[in-house]
Design a protein around this ligand. Structure first.
Ligand code: BYC
Length: 472
């Protein structure tokens, strides 16, 4: 589906045929640009960045790469192609035609989900606002900016839905999207992980590996929605999300590679004396970002999730490929939960366990990257294995919130937790060390900061010493 770039707001939804909607979005556009100027990547307005821009929403639509000044990026509204035969795949409305309008009784539920999703997108841009100043290379700087402009586009995707389908309430929610800010004590972002800081590049790569992957799973569940415009928006967003997780996986992988090279060369694991990041510190950052991202899946047993499913609003990951009745009224599912301060396995109605089931799919996906990272460590002949901590470790949302649990799943007293916390989660000292490695941005093409290996290949067939960003 071709995107019309002749319009002020590029789109493939024939925006020009709805003048009211077009005007409303054209009103929101300068506010978005002001927000980008104030809270997007700091001091970058004049940079020419080698970015990809979607030209269509089919498989070849990504072939368009070129230098762009970010404030001139063509943010717009791109939905995947409509399937006129599409039916709702699950819940009480299973088999009915997908909704092209919002059913009245589902209005507030859908609005809430769209607002929660939309809120995360600008939040992540705000969190990453200063990272450009310490980029380890032009290649990494370009990837950061690609992620940032696409998160901006994801905000557009949700704002379009709010404007087009939720009337005045929707317009107000779209305004509020630019008023809440990450970490703002008075007007914070909605979900916990999006109020944390992303102060260094190890955090950034962990965030894109773990937190963007929550994005993948939430978007995939919303892509199953009976509300077809939401489904089509999320389908296209998922194609953008893949690159973000690639940035995370390869970023962490390149830090590990560099650490292993130095460990072998100098026959020591004292990486701090060599200006690199030791594997123990990488494990602590991993523990932090994984546990914070697990919270994003909500309560283990959730009636909200059951209602979303029964109503046909939010499905499971790859719903149509699951071989069951897609109604789940008689089905059950085993979850870990807490009873009398202990972690226990419990069978609950499957409908209530949908957040947990999605979290389980996510955990299995997270583990795949660790296999690859561990293979690299093993290949270097180093006796160390990165591990995902137990799902109950360091949780703030759900049944395990407040329970003290070690990374290997043992429940602990407060004193045991306090005595060991610094071994499992980044300490002030760890964070200060990692921050100390983040010198001024490395801006010479082909040069990479000491603590990270160059990538195996460049972007879009370019070399690793390509001039991915021009500063002007
Ligand atoms: N923080 O029944 P529950 C992405 C609240 S990331 C704070 O489990 P539900 C991206 C909850 O609101 C993907 N509060 O709730 C990544 C509820 O409050 P009330 C973002 C939380 O609704 C990187 C109460 O606890 N998309 O795209 O079933 C870069 C009961 O909980 C949290 C979505 O999240 C939390 N973590 O599940 C850029 C999809 N968790 O009403 C982008 C849309 C729960 O009792 N959201 N609460 O006051 C949803 O599907 C659901 O809202 C959630 C929560 C899965 C998040």
């Amino acid at each position: 589906m071709a995107i019309d770039y002749t319009q002020l707001i590029p789109n493939n939804v024939d925006l020009a045929s709805d003048r009211r909607l077009q005007r409303a979005l054209e009103n929101w556009q300068p506010r978005f640009l002001d927000w980008w100027k104030d809270l997007g990547p700091d001091g970058t307005a004049d940079f020419d960045v080698y970015l990809r821009t979607a030209v269509s929403t089919d498989a070849n639509g990504w072939a368009n790469f070129g230098y762009v000044k970010m404030p001139e990026y063509r943010w717009g509204i791109f939905l995947s192609e409509r399937d006129p035969e599409r039916q709702i795949a699950f819940g009480d409305n299973k088999g009915k035609p997908a909704w092209q309008e919002v059913p009245g009784e589902l209005r507030s539920t859908l609005r809430r989900l769209i607002v929660t999703q939309g809120d995360t997108e600008p939040a992540s841009v705000e969190q990453q606002r200063l990272l450009g100043k310490t980029a380890p290379s032009l290649y990494d700087l370009r990837n950061l900016f690609q992620v940032n402009v696409e998160e901006g586009r994801h905000l557009w995707a949700m704002v379009y839905l709010l404007h087009a389908y939720f009337g005045r309430d929707g317009r107000e929610e779209a305004e509020a999207m630019l008023e809440r800010h990450s970490g703002d004590p008075d007007k914070p972002r909605i979900l916990g992980a999006f109020n944390e800081q992303t102060p260094d590049w190890l955090s950034f790569f962990m965030f894109t590996y773990f937190t963007d992957r929550d994005g993948k799973y939430q978007l995939a569940s919303l892509a199953e929605s009976g509300f077809d415009p939401l489904s089509r928006s999320c389908r296209f967003m998922l194609t953008e999300e893949a690159h973000h997780m690639f940035v995370g996986e390869t970023g962490v992988g390149r830090i590990i590679q560099r650490t292993c090279e130095l460990m072998k060369e100098h026959k020591t694991d004292d990486m701090r004396s060599l200006g690199a990041i030791d594997l123990d510190t990488i494990q602590k950052y991993l523990n932090f970002h994984f546990s914070v991202s697990l919270d994003l899946f909500g309560q283990e047993a959730s009636t909200n999730a059951a209602n979303y499913y029964t109503q046909g609003v939010k499905g499971r990951f790859l719903e149509t490929r699951i071989g069951d009745d897609h109604v789940l009224t008689g089905a059950s599912y085993d979850i870990d939960t807490v009873e009398d301060g202990r972690i226990v396995r419990k069978t609950v109605p499957a409908l209530q366990a949908l957040n947990e089931r999605l979290r389980q799919d996510y955990i299995e996906d997270c583990a795949r990257g660790l296999l690859r990272w561990n293979k690299a460590i093993e290949k270097a002949g180093i006796d160390f294995e990165l591990k995902l901590p137990h799902r109950a470790f360091n949780r703030r949302i759900g049944a395990f919130a407040g329970l003290r649990v070690s990374p290997d799943g043992r429940t602990l007293s407060e004193a045991e937790w306090k005595a060991n916390e610094g071994k499992w989660l980044p300490t002030e000292e760890d964070r200060a060390y990692v921050t100390s490695l983040m010198g001024s941005a490395v801006v010479e093409p082909g040069k990479y900061a000491h603590w990270i290996a160059p990538p195996a290949r460049g972007i879009n067939g370019q070399t690793v010493d390509f001039e991915y960003v021009r500063f002007n």
